[in-house]
Design a protein around this ligand. Sequence first.
Ligand code: CO8
Length: 374
Amino acid sequence: MSKTLITGSGVFTPSEIITNEELVKSFNAYAKLQNEKYKEEIEKGERAPILYSSEEFIVKASGIKNRHVVNKSGILDPNIMHPVLEKRKDDELSLMAEMGLKAAKIALKKANKQAKEIDCVIVAASNFERAYPAISIELQQALGAGGFAFDMNVACSSAAFAIQQANDMIKSGTAKTILIVNPEICSGHVEWRDRDCHFIFGDVATALVLENAQNATAKQQFEIIDCKLITKFSNNIRNNNGFLRRSYPEGMKDQRDMQFMQEGRKVFKEVVPLVSDLIIEHLAKNNLTPNDISRLWLHQANKSMNDMIGKKVLGRKPEKTEQPNILDEYANTSSAGSIITFSKYSDDLAKGEIGIICAFGAGYSVGNVIVKKL
Ligand code: CO8
């Protein structure tokens, strides 16, 4: 059976940055305005005041210092508190396709491939700006790629699940060269007015080229040794927005559960063992030990969480270089997080070194991909 290689990767980073300092300043201005507006109810005990956010808490709880976003002015305006974007015409490229295109071009160049050589495009992300036509089909046309395209969503695990699909399609001969793109506009989906989560997310797009080994000409090549996926239902990370919204009595009102919601502590506690057990079992199934692993490209949700997973898997504290962290610069970028670390911190691996790309998140869902540098 033919081998699947990852031969290209790319990251498109939006130019606008929000620091923790700016974020907390605007959140606290919003809290002050709201508390003044509802002063009477708060004094009567009928309404809880909005508590202030703090930079110290954010860094300590998550390791996040900055986030890149597609529009910062709306997010930072205490009277708006969400991105403000111009609505595009139907014949203009969508924002997700535009971001994905930029990441895809970088990945294609690295893979030494022309767009026309791509015979499958997968857009894998946790949020889609429209239901149809698929963003992937729009991107396929914008790139000039052939074959077929489809969108898929497994929240933060979307990229890892897409790698598994692509690996199967290449091995079975369904496609030869597959482009996976992860445009994540998390800023449109997070609740910037909720201090428990307002600091967590950022925007980015990542891309990977996967291909049959026989066609590969790229300088950097990683063989996919094996993929493993698991899912286990949980309501602890949830979003209730959807196409039935207007059908509900309260449908079009501004409701909290239409944005990202999570029980962060529970997620932390439940996901760490789920992920570390899966990685350890997956390595054993492939006759590998933690000592065989040179790099862990983990999903970027929380630094302490990743430190714990790394320690459980390796049986010791991982070195900084073994487990790259991009949370400080990008925050949580959902499905793109592990691919950013792979793209930025993989060229230095020596021939024969092995690493894992591991993503986890809502669902719950976990996807682990074992790769070897060729
Ligand atoms: N400033 C100051 N204090 C705060 C703040 C703040 N901003 N926020 C909370 N506090 C307070 C709390 O109110 C609490 O106070 P008290 O003790 O008085 O009740 C105290 O600080 C501690 O709060 P927490 O217990 O919530 O703090 P934690 O240490 O647990 O940290 C985290 C919170 C950072 C959320 C942490 O629990 C975490 O990261 N957990 C893991 C979450 C995770 O990995 N989730 C994955 C989500 S990503 C995913 O699956 C993709 C979904 C789809 C993408 C969505 C795109 C938007």
